[in-house]
Design a protein around this ligand. Structure first.
Ligand code: WTA
Length: 653
């Protein structure tokens, strides 16, 4: 392990206008939150959020009682989150750019001020209200990265309705499942998305997904102006309803614990679950973490290049930055279009000061060569962030040395869809960094590690990462299935929150996330369940059984290795492999792809029929020598056949 310490760069520390500048002060803040979490977070939220009725209650409930009742924060407060993100900035920041948009082509730029964004959101809220959207209704947003996608989210929230953004790469089957699960009445989409010069037929996918469903309206933003189908009475044109609407709108008052959004994410088993985030605690958490981790300053030009279809986009493109009155980039394209210098050209073009991306992009860009970085002036950069997967020290050092010219703080931020916002990360102006470590926890994040026997690991050591205390940003439930929420997150190491990640803690108390220990795989920062791949594969007639595991991939973090058993008498042909790929694309989406198929005579099962995935993982990783205890296997000869037929998957690291 690389345990070199990188101190906070002098320039970053000295010029910080933020009051918190030393590690001791940060530790003292954590101690305050530990000592009296209610007082700590009530003070934070009152300072950060424009409450209609300021709360007097802090935390209610506990992990121990979570089966009976979700935890609540600030339960007697009322607000509308868009007043914190828009209205209250009008007096002081009306002319400041809120959204800086760069389109698929680098010369397409829009700058939308807080005053303009406020007007756009009010108009869209009035238009959606005219369509019948009311408090508590669910609205699905299936769009590319355009400012109107953010407007759609905020307009929904302004009505007290609940948005569920579905990443534009998901297939119509996936979209349909989500529309049904949350009972959406309205879907907001656009004709086509654009990514790297390619058109993505979003409206056509929505049409397919909604066949036979009780969706009352599909609102369509014209973006590429490509041809689309039209269902009379159901479909409405975004501009036609939004443009004539009034730019005045009184936001709907919500309780702190009213749902703000549902975001679907993959777990170990079954279908993706809709994590529910609520208004008051979530907004407090993303505002707090966004300010402190990135050492946010008034004149920052902040860029997070995630997609709003994932939690990173929700928390650190939309809600955190807007709550903090920042200028936030909305980026439509990809890191490789028109070439591998796109990000760094963009840094120069807009004088970006903070840049937040995923390790997978950094590995790809590093492989393209330093010339793509060095051709652009990056002197504006001060803070560089990563999220979504463990960052290998090599990529960290490259980010720090080549992109940041040794001048910038690197913030490796660990968190999850479920946590709402960043949980373990350095503060850019405060925390000495170690390449590959997410460093230290935020206030009210109380991590602990348990070993294989379920005992707590004291001091340095490795184990499963759990969190002891509820923090304001935690997802409150799974939409429509609180029991699943309780058993998934609180049933493994009861009564605590189990993250699903493995982790090491070093002598300095720094945390090093090692990756998922469950059947979630993380490909290029996209979180997917092996069960979703398997169910797509066995829906192909010729495939009898399948088991899918991750393997370490030098670029994507993890690659996807699929073991397949075919029906008797069937051969594994190129045609069958194509059918397998197609099935996955149809049932999950284009971002899900198997890297390597191995045909096997059977899966290694215990006598009770449980697949021993440990064996399959080891073989896919290229380490079949130490498979552990095989005595419970029903048919040990299967293992020999699996080892004999093992393949070397592409880019195995
Ligand atoms: C992984 C993304 C190591 C982790 C915000 C987690 C990380 C999962 C890091 C959540 C990091 C995220 N270092 N691993 N800095 N950040 N992860 O829900 O396995 O899409 O459980 O949320 O990504 O993925 P999700």
């Amino acid at each position: 392990m690389h345990d070199d310490i990188f101190p906070v760069p002098e320039g970053t520390r000295q010029r910080s206008p933020n009051p918190l500048t030393t590690l001791d002060a940060w530790r003292a803040m954590r101690a305050d939150a530990q000592h009296d979490p209610d007082a700590f977070w009530l003070a934070e939220t009152r300072r950060r959020i424009a409450w209609r009725t300021p709360p007097t209650l802090g935390l209610e409930g506990s992990f121990r009682d979570i089966g009976e009742q979700p935890v609540a924060w600030f339960a007697d407060g009322t607000l509308n989150v868009t007043e914190s993100c828009l209205d209250r900035h009008l007096a002081t920041r009306g002319d400041k750019v809120a959204i800086l948009w760069e389109g698929d082509e680098p010369d397409q730029v829009r700058r939308i001020t807080y005053a303009e964004l406020h007007a756009m959101v009010c108009k869209a809220a009035n238009a959606l209200s005219d369509l019948g959207v009311r408090k508590g209704h669910r609205v699905i947003i299936y769009m590319g990265m355009v400012p109107e996608a953010v407007v759609a989210m905020l307009a929904t929230a302004r009505l007290g309705a609940v948005h569920s953004v579905v990443f534009g790469g998901f297939s119509s089957d996936s979209l349909r499942d989500r529309v049904i699960d949350c009972g959406a009445r309205v879907v907001i989409t656009m004709d086509e998305g654009l990514r790297g010069g390619r058109k993505i037929p979003l409206k056509a996918t929505v049409d397919h997904a909604c066949l036979g469903l009780d969706v009352q309206h599909v609102v369509v933003l014209r973006h590429t102006r490509g041809p689309v189908g039209w269902v009379e009475g159901r479909d409405v044109d975004w501009h036609q309803i939004v443009q004539p609407a009034s730019a005045e709108h009184r936001a709907v008052e919500c309780a702190a614990e009213d749902p703000l959004f549902i975001l679907y994410t993959s777990g170990s088993t079954g279908k993706p679950k809709g994590l529910v985030h609520t208004c008051g605690g979530y907004l407090t958490w993303v505002s707090f973490t966004h300010q402190h981790v990135f050492d946010l300053r008034e004149d920052d030009v902040y860029a997070c290049v995630a997609d709003i279809g994932w939690i990173t986009g929700h928390s650190y493109i939309v809600y955190g930055p807007l709550a903090n009155g920042a200028t936030t980039l909305v980026f439509e394209s990809t890191p490789l279009y028109p070439d591998a210098g796109r990000y760094w050209d963009m840094v120069e073009r807009h004088k970006l000061t903070i840049f937040y991306t995923a390790p997978t992009a950094l590995r790809t860009l590093a492989a393209a060569g330093d010339a793509f970085v060095e051709r652009s002036n990056r002197s504006s950069l001060r803070v560089l962030g990563t999220v979504g997967e463990p960052i290998n020290p090599g990529a960290w050092i490259w980010y720090h040395g080549v992109v940041g010219e040794g001048r910038c703080s690197i913030v490796d931020t660990w968190w999850q869809t479920e946590t709402g916002g960043i949980c373990i990360a350095p503060l850019a102006a405060v925390t000495p960094q170690k390449p590959g470590s997410a460093t230290l926890p935020m206030p009210s994040i109380e991590p602990f590690l348990v070993d294989a026997r379920g005992d707590r690991v004291r001091g340095p050591g490795s184990g499963l990462l759990c969190l002891e205390w509820p923090w304001p940003g935690i997802a409150r439930t799974v939409w429509g299935d609180h029991e699943r929420y309780v058993s998934t997150y609180f049933g493994q190491v009861p009564p605590y929150y189990f993250t699903g990640d493995g982790c090491r803690r070093d002598e300095d108390g720094y945390f090093w996330i090692t990756g998922r220990v469950d059947d979630v795989i993380n490909v290029s920062g996209h979180r997917m369940g092996t069960a979703e791949f398997e169910s797509a594969l066995v829906s192909v007639d010729a495939i009898a059984e399948s088991a899918v595991v991750g393997y370490p991939h030098t670029m994507k973090g993890q690659g996807v290795y699929a073991y397949v058993v075919v029906q008797p008498g069937v051969a594994w042909t190129a045609e069958l492999e194509r059918a397998a790929h197609d099935s996955i694309r149809t049932s999950i989406g284009a971002h899900a792809r198997v890297d390597c198929f191995q045909l096997v005579p059977g899966l290694p099962k215990t006598r009770s029929g449980k697949v021993m995935r440990r064996i399959l993982r080891k073989v896919a990783e290229g380490d079949p020598s130490n498979l552990g205890d095989l005595s419970t296997l029903a048919d040990p000869s299967v293992v020999d056949a699996i080892i004999d037929g093992a393949l070397t998957p592409p880019n195995r690291g």
